[in-house]
Write a protein that binds this ligand. Structure first.
Ligand code: 0L1
Ligand code: MG
Length: 267
């Protein structure tokens, strides 16, 4: 991935500081490619890696990764055609049934995702969905709260990767199940907001099978010289389009076979 780098080390640090400031202050900024139109996907990951390095240095604990933009619905919604990955830390985790503050977010949206917890290390390249399933301890339902730091949720792939794939918060819950006891391809999901159904879909919407998204993630990690370590919590990507939330909203994500995940949003 480093072969396609166009940004200097100074530019990577500068853009990382810009993204970190927007995340910390919950303020929207223009997409990075307005100033750096030549930015590549490799440049985006260089900024994201610098952000991860800084957060870890500040005491955040990385707990896993997320695959993003892994369904046609998400790609169409956001106007991109390639999936992406981002890192997850302990500071982003919220308990099931909790009240989630929106005052430290710009314009949050929620997505229903299948999460995987790994029991063995996985290394690409050439990682397949079968490799992922063999290395999976269990799966559980999750809701990701994404929050692009770019004005109007308008961005391109290089910018959104630099912004850690819009990662903001996540909630795991429901019932943990062994992957081999389920048909992970055909799980139905219904998202309710304030008691109304606002989105529904089936897990095959995620690259045909959510384990394919995790394999893609492992192969991107390999290009960055990293592995997916045992114990990682990994989200496979939104099954439906993302739904905007504001203070006062309650969300219930109902997953076939995996139970439901609930939360509410407050000021
Ligand atoms: O998790 C995701 O699919 C989000 C990826 C970034 C795109 C967005 O902000 O919607
Ligand atoms: Mg997501």
């Amino acid at each position: 991935m480093s072969s396609n780098l166009t940004l200097s080390r100074e530019d990577i640090v500068r853009l990382c500081e810009r993204v970190e400031g927007a995340q910390t202050r919950a303020c929207a900024i223009p997409k990075l490619t307005n100033e750096y139109p030549q930015m590549t996907i490799a440049d985006g990951y260089a900024v994201q890696n610098e952000l991860r390095r800084r957060f870890v240095a500040q005491g955040h604990k990385q707990v896993g990764w997320k695959a993003g933009l892994t369904s046609k619905a998400k790609m169409q919604q956001m106007g991109v055609s390639v999936p992406s990955i981002g890192f997850l830390t302990d500071r982003m985790a919220r308990p099931e049934n909790s009240a989630i503050s929106t005052s430290d977010l710009v314009h949050p949206r929620v997505e229903c995702e299948v999460a995987f917890v790994m029991k063995s290390d996985l290394q690409g390249t050439g990682c397949t969905a079968a490799d992922v399933l063999a290395a999976t301890d269990y799966v559980l339902p999750a809701v990701e709260i994404i929050d692009s730091r770019f004005s109007g949720f308008k961005f391109d792939l290089a910018s959104v990767i630099a912004d850690n794939g819009s990662s903001a918060r996540f909630v795991g819950g429901g019932r943990a199940r062994y992957a081999e006891d389920l048909d992970l391809k055909t799980l139905g999901v219904v998202m309710e907001k304030n008691g109304e159904i606002v989105a529904m879909g089936a897990s095959a919407a995620v690259m045909g099978h959510p384990a394919e998204a995790i394999a893609m993630l492992v192969n991107i990690l390999a290009e960055m010289g990293e592995i997916l370590p045992a114990g990682s919590f990994v989200m496979s990507g939104g099954i439906t389009e993302a739904i905007a939330v504001k203070p006062g909203d309650s969300i219930v994500a109902r997953f076939q076979e995996l139970g439901s995940v609930s939360m509410r949003f407050v000021e």
